[in-house]
Design a protein around this ligand. Structure first.
Ligand SMILES: Cc1ncc(COP(=O)(O)O)c(C=O)c1O
Length: 434
């Protein structure tokens, strides 16, 4: 792998940007190799400044389900750009996009566009608090809702222990009005909602956890969550920033037929442009300014270029496209898992549609604590380097999922499966030496 130009850029970046990056994961910390500096992307491939080519399994945080520089997306964005970039008024592009999302996502009667998933989740929680006039937000350990202060709370050592924060700079009252519970734990959920029912404004959850590897929900847990939140008049927010439009045109909620009160979206809906959205029941959404008293605004919210590009992308995400993509990802997962199982290798893949992850143990993983124990540490870093050497760009963080787009070919997926297998065989033999 050649790296001289990329490294030159990265050294310059470090002089003017914190750590040389605008998102900590981009430093490749702990992976034992230099970060990528990308020049351009086409389809499933990334090209760096040294003419190295990688098959991209990160896809800009999974936003690019259609791959890089999809022709329809580029043409739509260009056409809109030529008419002007930003107006600060309502546009036809926004209306079309809102209509499309409301028609596809069962829980969304009214929608508000913002510029990131963080903004969507933060605003949805504020709205839930304003609507219910209660303060506590319940979340789940290991679920990711961006980086607003309340979302950075994590569990203390017991239900009645004070919550802690995963970042410096978070005022105590933000942590104090958040409760973080273990994912998939029905007893803790029931006990907590029962105990704090009069103070809980909302429960926010990723209906499939995507940032502690891919962890599927226990459907009984998810159904219980819906029943209890109805019983106690607590707003249920599905954060579908990562799962939204990942595997189904109506998002994860349509697949399991569990309809939350509100939904957060991002990533795929922008076709690679910065975007977020939140929406839900009319009575709740109408508490938002200008109809109601909960304030939220944004200079660039609903930008026409972003809306038009997002719309073009979403229009291509049909049942047929999902059927083919989901099927090829399941085939990859089953093939690799069959191989690992046969050889009694301590690892397995999990997936939700085209979002997949590797756990370094055979036993199933159901929450953050399992996920941390199965993240692999140096083994994941060794796998990352092995894949990079084979021209495969995987997430530079063991807890992040890898993504597959409809531009990945059968050949790409066979190459990935072969490289994973060869890594596990070598590693299993050499485990004692790592
Ligand atoms: C479920 C979920 N919610 C919110 C966010 C925050 O999105 P953004 O990075 O666009 O602010 C993320 C991103 O990791 C996410 O996965």
């Amino acid at each position: 792998m050649r790296a001289s130009h990329s490294q030159e850029y990265f050294q310059k970046a470090k002089q003017v940007m914190v750590g040389g990056v605008n998102n900590p994961i981009r430093t490749f910390e702990g992976m034992g190799c230099n970060p990528l500096v990308i020049k351009y992307g086409r389809g499933a491939k990334l090209h760096d400044h040294d003419n190295n080519v990688y098959t991209d399994y990160c896809l800009s945080g999974g936003s690019l389900i259609l791959g890089h520089a999809h022709r329809n997306v580029i043409l739509s964005a260009k056409k809109t750009l030529e008419k002007g970039i930003s107006f600060g008024t309502t546009t036809r592009e926004e209306v079309n996009m809102a209509r499309l999302i409301c028609s596809r996502v069962p829980s969304i009667e009214l929608v508000r566009f913002v510029n990131s998933g963080t903004e969507a989740a933060m605003s949805a929680v504020r709205l839930a608090r304003g609507f219910t006039k209660r303060e506590i937000m319940v979340k789940f350990d290991g679920c990711q809702h961006g980086h607003f202060d309340d979302s950075l709370a994590k569990a203390g050592s017991g239900l009645l222990q004070p919550q802690e924060s995963t970042s410096l700079g978070i005022p105590r009252n933000h942590v104090g009005s958040t409760i973080s519970l273990p994912y998939n734990d029905k007893e803790m959920l029931e006990e907590t909602l029962d105990m704090y029912k009069d103070d809980i404004a909302c429960v926010i959850i990723e209906p499939v956890a995507a940032h502690m590897g891919v962890i599927l929900p226990d459907l009984k847990f998810l159904r219980m969550l819906r029943e209890l939140t109805v019983k106690y008049n607590i707003i249920l927010i599905f954060d579908e920033v990562t799962t939204g439009f990942r595997a189904h045109p109506g998002c994860m909620q349509s697949q399991v037929n569990i309809i939350p009160d509100m939904t957060c979206l991002g990533r795929i809906i922008g076709s690679g442009f910065p975007i977020g959205a939140y929406g839900g029941r009319k009575d709740i959404m109408n508490c938002l300014a200008p109809s109601g008293g909960v304030y939220q605004t944004g200079t660039f919210s609903g930008n026409p270029v972003v809306m038009r590009a997002g719309y073009a992308g979403l229009r291509l995400l049909t049942n047929d496209l999902y059927a083919a993509l989901n099927q090829s990802c399941a085939a990859l997962g089953e093939e690799v898992n069959g191989f690992l199982h046969e050889r009694k290798i301590e690892a397995h893949l999990t997936w939700y549609g085209s979002m997949m992850s590797v756990f370094f143990r055979r036993k199933a993983v159901s929450n953050y604590y399992d996920a941390k124990a199965a993240a692999g540490g140096p083994l994941y870093a060794a796998m990352f380097r092995h894949l990079m050497d084979a021209g495969i760009y995987f997430p530079p963080d063991a807890m992040e999922p890898f993504f597959i787009s409809c531009m990945h070919t059968k050949r790409d997926l066979t190459h990935l499966a072969d490289q994973l297998k060869s890594f596990f065989v070598d590693t299993n033999m050499e485990r004692n030496r790592l």
